[in-house]
Design a protein around this ligand. Structure first.
Ligand SMILES: *[C@@H]1O[C@H](CO)[C@@H](O)[C@H](O)[C@H]1NC(C)=O
Ligand SMILES: *[C@@H]1O[C@H](CO)[C@@H](O)[C@H](O)[C@H]1NC(C)=O
Ligand SMILES: *[C@@H]1O[C@H](CO)[C@@H](O)[C@H](O)[C@H]1NC(C)=O
Length: 296
């Protein structure tokens, strides 16, 4: 009777679903195993999971929608290669970056999308001390830094070399690690920080003189001046940011390490700079176990 009921329910679900939707009837008793959806991992075990990587589509050259609407970039290519090595089924998914991370009253929290497992990882996020309490991370796959951006001509005469920044109003994007905690770790005295909802808002804040300095990991922002000084808010680089307790790093890290050992990481990085016509912050020796690293 229960079986019959499930069958009827499944029939109803199929009837109202569009053709091609594969999730419609997972509990249907007569459903045949979908061999195409089956991936075998290194241990020969079956892994039906599709691992989802969330990006917002606005980070050229790492993950962005090209002129034709195709999601592309270095991160997309890297994820493809790492997942192939690990024999995992992986997909990119577009969502707002605040679903990965956001700032509330000066603290970095994990976004709803990551916590509720709408997706498994957020590539392109910096591993930092103040994120350790909210996230797990894979090993880093890109270098990163922090920079100071001002309006053209530096009208507030901001000097990054001083340690007292209290005369200047800072801004940073919500969820960023280039935040007040990092400025404190750098020994800087800061008074006012405005959290910007996104980059266009941060730009407006600088251009209309509400804020003097944008603290960010960027090397170039159209219409603004990025000062040449470089600082570090990260604890090792840019990685895939994960929900606490995630199993993703367990297969990602060894697969990434094998990509590095084979020389394919460096090749992908160099090729991508040509393919996407941008500098990519490739790591010189990405994993701690690289053969060249001195033994201590
Ligand atoms: C879209 O991007 C993917 C990944 O880089 C690539 O494999 C595919 O050929 C691209 N498609 C088009 C139409 O450009
Ligand atoms: C400056 O821009 C911000 C963000 O758009 C806005 O909230 C603020 O009111 C503006 N201030 C002035 C003085 O125009
Ligand atoms: C690559 O970027 C440079 C500088 O942004 C630009 O001048 C050049 O036209 C670009 N080349 C291609 C092939 O898009």
């Amino acid at each position: 009777m229960a079986l019959l009921f499930t069958g009827v329910l499944c029939f109803a679900i199929i009837a109202i679903s569009l053709p091609g939707s594969s999730w419609a009837c997972q509990r249907c008793p007569s459903r045949k195993p979908d061999l195409d959806n089956e991936v075998h991992n290194q241990d020969g075990e079956h892994d039906h999971k599709t691992w989802l990587f969330s990006v917002n589509g606005r980070k050229r050259p790492y993950s962005f929608l090209d002129d034709y609407g195709n999601l592309t970039g270095f991160d997309v290519d890297l994820i493809d290669e790492v997942c192939q090595i690990a024999k995992k089924r992986c997909k990119m998914v577009l969502s707002e970056f605040t679903e990965c991370s956001f700032t509330s009253r000066d603290i970095n929290y994990a976004g709803r999308g990551l916590m509720a497992e709408w997706f498994d990882g957020c590539p392109g996020y910096v591993n930092s001390i103040d994120r350790e309490g909210a996230f797990d991370f894979t090993d880093p796959y890109l270098d990163t830094y922090a920079s100071f951006t001002v309006a053209p001509g530096n009208p507030s005469l901001f000097d990054p070399h001083t340690s007292d920044y209290s005369e200047f109003t800072f801004t940073h994007l919500t969820g960023a690690v280039t935040n007040s905690k990092c400025l404190a770790r750098l020994g800087k005295k800061v008074s006012g920080i405005i959290i910007a909802a996104n980059l266009p808002e941060a730009k407006t804040l600088l251009l209309n003189r509400t804020a003097d300095v944008l603290f960010s990991p960027r090397s170039k922002i159209t219409g603004l001046e990025v000062l040449p000084e470089r600082e570090h808010c990260d604890a090792g680089g840019t990685a895939v940011m994960l929900k606490k307790g995630s199993h993703l790093a367990q297969w990602w890290n060894p697969a990434f390490e094998s990509l590095v050992r084979s020389g394919q990481y460096q090749k992908l990085c160099e090729d991508s700079q040509v393919k996407y016509n941008r500098t990519i912050r490739c790591m010189a020796s990405p994993t701690h176990s690289s053969p060249e690293s001195p033994e201590v």
